[in-house]
Design a protein around this ligand. Structure first.
Ligand code: GL4
Length: 826
């Protein structure tokens, strides 16, 4: 490396620039086996990544030592999904080495952006639920909470989305193609997990509750971990991810020798399929054996690991719940309750009542939905085959539980039937949410409305039986990734105004920005930041879709998974209405808008895949219309993921949160967008309600039915009446039916029209008029630049509550009762 210019000596927690540079060169040489002259792009990226990563290792070692010393209560977060986002910039920021990289990269003639192209995000989740898990881990580390996240190291994460003729095509996400520099394999901690087989009575157990399971198949779980650094603290926690490997005996050498190559590896393939791919849907039950296998694999490996860790410092089982708190992220890991019972009763020979008392005190359950189709159930037949011992345990748990119910509500058979863990009709199935509630100390919803509706509807009988079990913990998002990393310009402006970066770990300090909302100079700078972010987004849009958009247009954003309840089709009806208006009155003075969609549809969700096609078709028609495209552009950005979110969110002016009230448990995109100064147009659903309460009704565009009105209307709903009555709505629906977006083909999008006029499950037509009028009010507000910017500032200033730090504090106070452990500083 040539050292042309003298550079200042900088000393930070990340070390000195010189040391960093030395390490880079040495890592390139010894880890990649290459030199500066012949290094490739991936060589450069990997070298930078491990050099940064190495600066976290010392902190991790000190964290582990401090935890060992303090022997605290640990939070174990069990989740089938994590959407961590890219790691490089995060870790540069968290280690204070960000400042070194630019001058060094400049010297070497590469840009950080070029290297970052190889920083692939691990897409080990579907959407909000997986991203929430990542935000909570970030906040736990930042708050020095002793915690470990457990998950599955899917070989293929959430599919990559592309469009062919406007239709979604899915490609595999081979995220470790270049290797993953952020993980450490830990083969010594591997575990063995069984499946299938049979059970028999334990010889010396008169109660009959202890039995012996002999699995017919075993699989190894091999862990690796990724570091989860806290911000502004030396704490580094980990997330431990399990990968399925065949047990050694699986390779059939004799068959191989006999030339039966396929058969020789059959068992290996079957075993390793368990962690092969993420199920690309989190909101419908996938009645698939492999998914149940995944779930059990995750909990079996993780529980063994938790017990191993517990036994490093503790003896006996009495103290287990005092040292271990397990948070179940939705129903996917709920089999952990039965697995802990099995381990305690069958393997560690505890008596049933003691084991049950320990189990119940260890687990807590977060419910993330209200949609009945998302509440998992598993057929008894499948469970009996795959996990025969667990099915027996579920029967026993249910038996004792129903005795309790019978004592509380004597003779109320209907109550028993409703509360039972086993559903009897039309087929015997295990209700995982019921098992979760029965086996947990605390149950929580993820926003106030959601928690209330859970207690009043989905889990009503349980809330009556055990009111003290139910809590609300409103979701939050990490300001480090979603403000500081995603929006450096805004962060700088905020820091300048507030005097220091304290807001990054105490987000409610943003309220001090409220005063600036009346300062014209500040408003001007706020607008400038937004504009520059919009220019960046414009470039990204052009690169990935070829569509040229105007950075001065209102940037209207709807980013989330495609789902009927989220109502992308309602947004589309609005877009078509604007299109129709412009076609009819080409001279009209319409506020220029760019409508940006981002999101994937589950590969088997045909209605939503067709809607994606329609969005792309409308976009094509709008963007190529010489008159309309002067005022309106429509873009569906392909392959929406965390990295894309980080570009879109800082540029958004308007945040679309238009789900049918009562359907979106919380939403977290709503929080990220508001924190970045987007104004929300939304229904009274999920956390929208709490956002509106905080930012003020005058800074929020509210429309539509509330949850109760939606339920009432559903009873006698006739979508056609709305269609007949409203000429603009009729014109929009007719436009789809006419084939104008399908080159005259009237059949292609007919199913979309039929769904709207037939049942309109999520009452889009009922909310259409209110929505369009509200959008007109948005346009009026947009014309008054200062008014809009004021709203934008106040949205950011008043949403500090939605930091995941606050969420984690609430979990600590209400549910976990864990204390922070301080780690020696660098
Ligand atoms: C979800 C909810 O749909 C979403 O509203 C919520 O914000 C998120 C995190 O709590 O959990 N539930 C499921 S299932 N997927 C989600 O994204």
């Amino acid at each position: 490396m040539t050292d042309a210019r003298p550079r200042p000596k900088m000393r930070t927690v990340g070390g000195t620039l010189e040391a960093f540079e030395q390490d880079l060169i040495s890592n390139l040489y010894y880890q990649r086996g290459t030199t500066l002259e012949s290094a490739s792009g991936p060589d450069g990226y990997h070298t930078l990544a491990v050099t940064v990563r190495d600066r976290l290792v010392g902190r991790y070692a000190r964290t582990a030592a401090a935890h060992y010393q303090a022997n605290p209560r640990f939070v174990y977060y069990l989740s089938a999904e994590y959407l961590l986002g890219r790691q490089l910039r995060q870790n540069l920021l968290y280690t204070g080495t960000e400042q070194f990289v630019r001058p060094i990269a400049e010297d070497l003639g590469v840009s950080l952006e070029e290297l970052e192209a190889y920083d692939v995000e691990p897409g080990l989740g579907n959407g909000g639920l997986g991203r929430l898990a990542a935000c909570l881990l970030d906040s736990m580390a930042t708050l020095d909470i002793p915690a470990v996240g457990y998950g599955i190291r899917y070989e293929f994460g959430i599919f990559k989305q592309a469009f062919r003729d406007g239709a979604q095509v899915e490609r595999p996400d081979d995220w470790t193609f270049y290797g993953n520099p952020w993980e450490f394999p830990a083969p010594d901690d591997r575990q063995v997990v069984g499946f299938y087989g049979s059970t028999a009575p334990a010889l010396d157990d008169p109660s009959g509750l202890r039995r012996q399971w002999t699995p017919a198949e075993t699989v190894r779980g091999e862990p690796s971990h990724m570091l989860v650094p806290g911000y502004g603290t030396p704490t580094v926690n980990i997330i431990r991810l399990w990968q399925a490997r065949a047990s050694r005996e699986s390779f059939d050498l004799s068959r191989f020798g006999a030339g039966q190559y396929k058969e020789a590896v059959e068992d290996i393939v079957q075993a390793e399929n368990i962690s092969k791919v993420l199920y690309p849907d989190d909101s419908t039950e996938q009645g698939r054996e492999l998914r149940l296998k995944q779930q059990y694999f995750l909990v079996a490996c993780s529980l063994r690991d938790i017990i191993r860790r517990y036994r490093l410092r503790n003896t006996g089982w009495d103290a287990f719940p005092a040292k271990v708190v397990i948070q179940l992220n939705d129903t996917h890991p709920v089999m952990a309750i039965t697995e802990l019972m099995r381990l305690l009763v069958d393997e560690y020979r505890l008596d049933w009542d003691l084991a049950w008392s320990i189990t119940r005190r260890t687990f807590n359950y977060t419910c993330h939905t209200l949609l009945p189709e998302a509440l998992e159930t598993w057929s008894v037949e499948l469970l009996e085959r795959l996990l025969p011992r667990h099915m027996e345990i579920i029967y026993s748990i249910n038996h004792f539980f129903l005795q309790e119910v019978a004592a509380t509500y004597p003779g109320d058979l209907d109550k028993m039937r409703r509360l039972s863990i086993i559903q009897e009709y039309p087929e015997k199935r295990v209700r995982m949410a019921h098992l979760a509630v029965v086996g947990s100390t605390a149950v929580n919803g993820v926003a106030e409305l959601h928690t209330r509706l859970l207690a009043e509807t989905t889990l009503r009988d349980f809330a009556e039986l055990w009111p003290q079990k139910f809590h609300n913990v409103t979701n939050g998002v990490t300001p480090r990734r979603f403000v500081r990393l995603a929006n450096p310009r805004l962060s700088e402006l905020i820091t300048e105004r507030l005097g220091d970066e304290g807001w990054l770990t105490d987000l409610e300090r943003l309220d001090r920005l409220a005063g600036a909302a009346d300062d014209p100079a500040f408003l001007e700078r706020w607008r400038e930041v937004k504009r520059l972010n919009k220019v960046d987004l414009t470039h990204q849009v052009e690169r990935s879709t070829g569509v040229v958009v105007d950075p001065d247009a209102l940037c209207d954003v709807m980013i989330k998974r495609f789902h009927e309840y989220k109502r992308q089709h309602l947004k589309l009806l609005h877009v078509i209405t604007l299109f129709n208006r412009l076609r009819e009155m080409p001279e009209m003075d319409m506020v220029p808008r760019t409508v940006l969609f981002g999101g994937k549809a589950a590969p088997g969700y045909h209605a939503m895949k067709l809607l994606i096609r329609l969005v792309n078709a409308v976009a094509e028609t709008v963007n190529t219309d010489p008159v309309v495209s002067r005022h309106l552009k429509v873009v569906l950005l392909p392959d929406y993921n965390v990295s894309r979110a980080q570009v879109i969110i800082p540029a958004a002016d308007l945040s679309e949160q238009i789900s049918l009230a009562g359907k979106e448990a919380s939403g977290t995109g709503n929080m990220k967008l508001a924190l970045n100064g987007a104004v929300t147009i939304g229904t009274l659903d999920g956390a929208n309600i709490e956002i509106r309460d905080r930012v003020g009704a005058e800074n929020f565009f509210l429309f539509g039915l509330d949850a109760q009105q939606a339920v009432d209307l559903r009873r006698h709903y006739e979508p056609r009446a709305y269609y007949e009555r409203d000429p603009e709505l009729r014109a929009a629906v007719d436009a789809i039916a006419s084939g104008v977006f399908a080159k005259g083909d009237r059949s292609l999008f007919a199913p979309v029209v039929d769904a709207m006029l037939g049942r309109d499950e999520y009452l889009a037509l009922a909310d259409y008029r209110a929505y369009v009028e509200c959008q007109d009010a948005v346009a009026t507000a947009w014309r008054d630049r200062d008014r809009w910017t004021r709203m934008s500032v106040l949205n950011a200033a008043r949403t500090g509550f939605f930091s995941s730090d606050r969420t984690v504090r609430e979990y600590c106070d209400k549910i976990w009762r864990v204390d922070p452990v301080r780690v020696e500083p660098d």
